[in-house]
Design a protein around this ligand. Structure first.
Ligand code: IVH
Length: 678
């Protein structure tokens, strides 16, 4: 019995690992999650449970050992001088009392003179960043990454109006400050509305919108996103009169001209703290930013060092997470919408219900497996939650409320728009209409082609696309490039001037940079960022068209799914014909400078020895991300031996072989691509 269940558990664990990695990449690398945070957490929790029940299934590389926080190879890695830790969570008064009791005990042991007084701050749901100000000037800004190594996003952060390039005097010599880049709820909704109109994929929640906007290759894109910042922690200060409490630190940050959330309290008494937390929980939907809880911080900063941290989080702080708000309503119907790639998406039409401050009347059901997994029937009562406080999701059904009249959902095997068959490929969750000429697909492809970020044809939105398709003037994107003024002027609601302006826009799009063209093609799994990576790597279209799966897989950011999708796309006869037609009609994407194999440490081999300031695994990942390799023993092929405290035999061996030995500082210089001679 045990044997059978172990085998089943092994299979499930492998599946869960695959799913978690996939969804983790979608979230962290593509900023485009497919499932809600709660669902993701459930996958991780299930895997954890399995690994606890069957410890033999635990692998060192299991995502339970380290979830999320990937660093994209598209940005230079930044080692954090002070780690950007995360926080433990509590959910109720009991957790609060436990935390406060623990802190009190520790204080009595370590610092009996310190009052157990806490600063309460809203926990903003955004992207954590660190900014380094040297002599008052913004020197560098980085994402949190995995807490030890982040991504250099300085150029992008400089475009935020909230971020001062220079601090107000008198400022400290050096200031490393941590904060949260976020998007206000209203701005998030407006941005998604715009994106939907433009046929661009929408962001799942304000946090992903903020993260996706900061992690852009082109700072111009970031500049156009409505991003804001709150600072909340001095990671490192060098200078005089630095604050000694968190309360003073927040005031000091304000005085230096940095944005700080005015919502904050200083409290000592547990019932007063609980009162503040419940008050925030009620008010949070009236606050303009996404707030998923509150953070408590011991006020006395000197006591922070005394209390110290566990591996992941400080003992002097805790996050009080608010529960996701839920509502109950009925599924009136399940309709199907057809997207650009022919994907049929089931959409629940709901009896309108108010959830977390807005009326919800529909919710995407993503795909047929989702509907089956949750067992959703038309007529069912369901529990709704909002992903990131914004996007409604069906969490589960309430089968106990069934009357017997509910009807199970059957995914159609034909496209509801054109009637062609809709097939589901093996290993895919999506069912697709196979007719590439399906009016729904053609429409979405044209909208996507013209959208900002793609070919950017101003004025060619959904309504004009509909008129063009209706008049049979365009059947695919290449037809845009042979439209005439006379044809356009004959369309309803189209004057001479708008026709001329549209033609100018179309004309200008003929030579857009390659990455936009690639994105505009709408290749499955190639979003704007992936398109940029590909364009930079290959330089021109012909090189990418010919690329093999292996060549694609050699690019760090390209995984098997993306590689396969690209190869398949370019091998299809329809693609070849389309590219040929585009070429004939004068569409010639501008070549981009192809970059050499990336990373300042490309081809270099390192050996680490002695005690370093951080775990070796971190240095190893830094070196690897910069293109280098770490091996276990010194040979003539070794380029550098990095020597920490009390080094062993390896340092001696290096000297014998004449291999250069370097310290951590020098390693960091090499990582930055700074190759100056010593
Ligand atoms: S303090 C060691 N303060 O919440 C100090 N974090 O789960 C850790 N966050 O990764 C951070 N608002 O991205 C702190 N006022 C606030 C915050 C805040 C949002 C985020 C931050 C962090 C996560 C912790």
């Amino acid at each position: 019995m045990k044997e059978g269940s172990l085998e089943e558990a092994r299979e499930r664990a492998e599946e869960l690992r695959r799913l978690i990695r996939y969804h983790s990449d979608r979230y962290y690398l593509l900023d485009d999650p497919e499932i809600s945070d709660a669902e993701f957490d459930r996958l991780v929790a299930e895997l954890k449970q399995l690994e606890e029940a069957y410890p033999e299934l635990r692998t060192p590389d299991s995502p339970t050992q380290r979830v999320g926080g990937a660093v994209s190879p598209a940005f230079a890695p930044v080692p954090h001088e002070r780690p950007l830790l995360s926080l433990d969570n509590i959910h109720d008064e009991k957790g609060l009392l436990q935390f406060m009791g623990r802190v009190k005990r520790l204080l009595q042991e370590e610092a009996p003179h310190v009052a157990p007084e806490f600063v309460l701050e809203p926990k903003i749901d955004g992207l954590s960043i660190a900014m380094d100000y040297r002599r008052g000037e913004l020197y560098r800004g980085a994402t949190r990454g995995d807490g030890y190594v982040g991504e250099d996003v300085t150029a992008n952060l400089r475009t935020l109006r909230d971020i001062p390039h220079r601090l107000k005097a008198p400022f400290p010599e050096r200031l490393l400050v941590r904060g949260e880049v976020y998007m206000q709820n209203e701005d998030f909704v407006a941005l998604n509305q715009r994106r939907e109109e433009e046929g661009l994929p929408v962001f799942a929640n304000p946090r992903n919108a903020a993260a996706g906007s900061v992690r852009q290759n082109d700072p111009q894109v970031t500049a156009h996103r409505p991003l804001k910042l709150f600072c909340y922690e001095i990671l490192l200060g060098e200078g005089e009169n630095l604050p000694l409490t968190q309360w003073e630190a927040l005031k000091a940050l304000e005085a230096w001209g940095l944005p700080v959330n005015p919502e904050r309290y200083l409290e000592q008494d547990p019932s007063a703290i609980m009162g503040r937390l419940s008050d925030w929980q009620e008010r949070r939907h009236h606050l303009p930013y996404p707030m998923d809880g509150a953070v408590l911080k011991l006020n006395d900063l000197r006591a922070h060092d005394l209390l110290g941290t566990t591996q992941h989080s400080p003992r002097w702080s805790i996050a009080f997470k608010f529960p996701a708000e839920q509502a109950i309503t009925q599924v009136e119907d399940i309709q199907i919408s057809v997207g650009r790639t022919g994907v049929l998406t089931p959409l629940a039409i709901l009896t309108p219900v108010v959830l977390a401050g807005t009326t919800v009347s529909r919710a995407s059901l993503h795909n047929e497996d989702y509907v089956a997994e949750k067992g959703i029937r038309v007529g069912d009562w369901v529990v709704l939650e909002k992903a990131g406080d914004i996007i409604p999701q069906v969490v589960r059904t309430l089968p106990e409320r069934r009357q017997g009249t509910e009807t199970p959902f059957q995914m159609p095997d034909h496209c509801p728009v054109c009637g062609a068959i809709a097939v589901r490929e093996e290993g895919e969750a999506a069912r697709r209409c196979i007719n590439t000429a399906c009016p729904a697909q053609v429409r979405q492809r044209l909208i996507h082609w013209a959208s900002r970020g793609a070919m950017d044809i101003d004025g060619l939105g959904p309504s004009l696309v509909d008129r063009l398709v209706e008049a049979k003037l365009v059947a695919d994107v290449s037809d845009l490039y042979r439209l005439t003024a006379a044809q356009l002027e004959a369309l309803p609601r189209m004057g001479e001037r708008s026709a001329a302006s549209l033609l100018r826009q179309i004309e200008a799009s003929r030579t857009r940079p390659l990455h936009r063209f690639l994105y505009a093609l709408g290749i499955r799994h190639v979003g704007a960022r992936m398109a940029q990576i590909l364009a930079q790597h290959f330089g021109h279209l012909e090189a990418l068209e010919k690329a093999t799966r292996e060549e694609l897989l050699a690019i760090p950011a390209v995984g098997p799914m993306v590689a396969q999708s690209i190869v398949t796309y370019f091998s299809q006869p329809e693609t070849k014909e389309l590219l040929e037609r585009l070429k004939e009609r004068g569409v010639h994407p501008a070549a981009e400078e192809a970059s050499a194999p990336s990373g300042p440490l490309q081809g270099k081999t390192f050996v680490l020895t002695g005690t370093l300031s951080r775990p070796r695994s971190q240095f190893q990942s830094l070196i690897e991300r910069a293109g280098g390799k770490v091996t276990g023993s010194v040979s003539r092929a070794t380029d550098y031996v990095v020597v920490g405290e009390s080094p062993g035999q390896k340092a001696t061996r290096a000297r014998e072989l004449g291999v250069p030995t370097i310290g951590e500082e020098e390693l960091e210089r090499l990582l930055r691509g700074d190759n100056r001679e010593r």
